[in-house]
Design a protein around this ligand. Structure first.
Ligand SMILES: C[S@@+](CC[C@H](N)C(=O)[O-])C[C@H]1O[C@@H](n2cnc3c(N)ncnc32)[C@H](O)[C@@H]1O
Length: 197
């Protein structure tokens, strides 16, 4: 079964930044890798499900005209709203059962999909593919170690996304601790888009 909102409410009740997103070098370095992996300089409209306190969200916002950021926890949402500029719309929502309207040219699924069970992960992938613009990037970043209570590992998540037909790998970065993939509907590499190859 996917982890429900109560699991996260309990975490935020004891620590307003349970994973140390604001303070840990591990997280700062991973965010820098995530931003460096984006294949375009700018995006029209991004969606980050599970935005937590909004540290990654705020960094993404500098590259986007509009960002939709959702979380199931109100403490996290309040912190994210305070962290982010006005073109970030922070709202309540639990994926994949809920999903924002419209098309996105940037989807960032970072440290959230291993909380889902297999059926919900499949539904998440369907939702992501369904709303990803033809010129868009789908970014995945997940911890690779097994975590108590999580139905899936980061590697399970990335294998399911990368195995989906119609998505092409643009970036694949694997470390002992986390994996980062950027997938897109278009086949052309960054260099090919600029006629370099
Ligand atoms: C580990 S944090 C990831 C934060 C951020 N994406 C990052 O990489 O820095 C996971 C967040 O996802 C939220 N969350 C968990 N399941 C969710 C779901 N099904 N829909 C939306 N948010 C969810 C949690 O409340 C938590 O704040």
């Amino acid at each position: 079964m996917s982890l429900g909102a109560d699991h996260f409410h309990a975490l935020y009740a004891t620590d307003p930044d349970p994973w140390g997103f604001r303070t840990r070098w591990y997280e700062q370095r991973k965010y820098a890798a995530t931003l460096a992996a984006l294949t375009r300089p700018r995006y029209r409209r991004a969606f980050e499900p599970g935005c937590s306190v909004g540290v990654l969200t705020a960094a993404l916002a500098a590259r986007c005209d509009e960002v939709v950021a959702w979380d199931v926890d109100p403490t996290a949402r309040a912190a994210a709203a305070a962290e982010c500029p006005p073109h970030v719309r922070v709202a309540a929502g639990a994926v994949p059962g809920q999903w924002p309207e419209g098309e996105f040219d940037l989807l960032v699924v970072s440290e959230v999909a291993y909380y889902l069970d297999r059926d919900d992960l499949d539904a998440l992938i369907d939702r992501a593919v369904g709303c990803l613009a033809d010129d868009g990037d789908l970014v995945l970043a997940h911890w690779r170690h097994r975590t108590p209570d999580c139905p899936l590992t980061g590697d399970d998540v990335h294998a399911a996304f990368t195995g989906r037909t119609g998505l092409h790998g643009q970036v694949s970065h694997v470390e002992p601790d986390f994996r980062l993939d950027v997938l897109s509907k278009r086949v052309e590499s960054v260099a090919a888009r600029e006629g370099l190859c």
